[in-house]
Write a protein that binds this ligand. Structure first.
Ligand code: SF4
Length: 85
């Protein structure tokens, strides 16, 4: 693993079972997160909204990674799942 090099893409999905729908994620990173019609968080992939759960995994643009990480740490349900692989 190199230092300061981008080895892996960051991927993110929402575990809706734990989501409170309070919308902190959308507040922190509206490019990636949104509150869906059922009142729970989902992720965007460009203009489309992905399904809930691991099926709705999106690759995060490098410029959004920091905010996604911040949202995952702030999320009260601990339901923002980040994979780096
Ligand atoms: S911050 Fe977490 S609990 Fe709140 S809406 Fe987003 S995913 Fe759900």
């Amino acid at each position: 693993m190199g230092h300061g090099e981008r080895e892996e893409d960051m991927k993110v999905w929402i575990d809706q079972d734990r989501c409170t729908g309070a919308g902190l994620c959308e507040l922190l990173e509206p490019i990636v997160f949104t509150i869906g019609e059922d009142g729970l968080a989902v992720v965007h992939d460009g203009d489309s909204v992905l399904p809930a759960g691991p099926a709705g995994t999106v690759t995060v643009s490098p410029e959004n990674e920091r905010q996604v990480l911040e949202a995952s740490q702030a999320c009260p349900g601990r339901c923002i799942r980040i994979d780096s692989e």
